[in-house]
Design a protein around this ligand. Structure first.
Ligand SMILES: Nc1ncnc2c1ncn2[C@@H]1O[C@H](COP(=O)(O)OP(=O)(O)O)[C@@H](O)[C@H]1O
Ligand SMILES: [Mg+2]
Length: 292
């Protein structure tokens, strides 16, 4: 069998296994300020895979998902090499919704920018007097379009309903908010605030399921709980050493990015590993393919 390549995004390479399943390979690529760095972060793809697998296992009884298994087919290892081990998911092919199911528990990023100018979030009015990074009274489902070029557009639930149908958006909202609530509560008990996150949902056998990566530092804002100060932007649990170093170089944030020194790569790797180990209580050295 020869693998058929479907797509390569910023982080994942997707192959069609030909039997209604896909092979998703999570690379060690990392982006900052929307630019992919030249140097990989060793094991980052394994950490993202491990975190997704951890959450899908915890959420399994509550929400349908796309995961079939973690072991790559032997033919894939033959074709692509043993570095595949620990960074693959075999998933059911889904009919993806053309929206991102964002859930926000805290006021940050583009939502904070909108609130500061208009008092709204994705067009919906919020209480007055909220500060940057404040916790919202309730987690809010704030979908966005999936832009093929340029940036995703924040839209209201009604606008998302016009795209996919009001019943579908209601189901997507329920699944997303439920998964976020459970994940954020679990993480908070372990010192990590999941400020917001992005789910990708799709239909499998006529049922709406969680696809893609789930509640990872790449699809979410992870903050160290002990450094959260409303009124300012908390450091990123995972990318702060990288962002700080990049800022300090005076780089203009257009490609090519500067070459990362080994200590920045190491510090970033350590943050990703810590996120997995704190959330799961497991040791990354026990994960397939991890050598150090
Ligand atoms: N079960 C699935 N079926 C079909 N497509 C999926 C499934 N799970 C995830 N995807 C898609 O696979 C791609 C993953 O690649 P990724 O590198 O994360 O892309 P991006 O840079 O767009 O985030 C995304 O386009 C995502 O929507
Ligand atoms: Mg993605």
């Amino acid at each position: 069998m020869s693998l058929s390549h479907v797509s390569s995004g910023k982080v994942r390479d997707v192959y069609d296994l030909g039997d209604d399943t896909l092979l998703m390979i999570t690379s060690d690529r990392i982006s900052a300020f929307d630019v992919v760095m030249a140097e990989p972060i060793p094991d980052k793809g394994r950490v993202l895979t491990a975190i997704t697998a951890f959450w899908l296992d915890r959420l399994d009884s509550v929400v349908p998902n796309h995961l079939v298994g973690l072991d790559p087919p032997a033919t894939a290892i033959e074709e692509l090499g043993a570095d595949l081990v620990g960074r693959t998911m075999v998933v059911r092919k889904a009919q993806m919704l053309p929206i991102e199911g964002i859930v926000r528990g805290y006021l940050s990023g583009s939502a904070w920018a909108e609130y500061r100018t208009s008092g709204t979030m994705h067009g919906e009015r919020l209480p007055t007097g909220l500060r940057q990074s404040d916790q919202l009274p309730e987690p809010v489902f704030t979908p966005s379009t999936k832009a093929t070029v340029g940036h995703d557009l924040n839209i209201s639930v009604e606008e998302a309903g016009a795209l996919v149908g009001p019943e579908v958006i209601k189901a997507a909202q329920e699944i997303s908010v439920d998964a976020y609530r459970r994940g954020a509560e679990w993480a908070a008990e372990r010192g990590i605030i999941i400020a917001d996150t992005k789910f990708e949902l799709g239909f499998i056998d006529g049922e709406l399921a969680i696809c893609d990566e789930v509640l990872t530092p790449d699809s979410s804002r992870f903050w160290p709980a002990d450094e959260w100060r409303p009124g300012s932007a908390p450091p990123s649990f995972d990318k702060q050493p990288l962002r700080d170093w990049l800022e300090a170089t005076g780089w203009d944030k257009t490609p090519p990015p500067p070459a990362l020194p080994a200590d920045v790569v190491d510090a970033t790797r350590a943050r990703y590993v810590a996120a997995y180990e704190r959330l799961s209580g497991a040791n990354l050295t026990e994960w397939p393919g991890v050598v150090q």
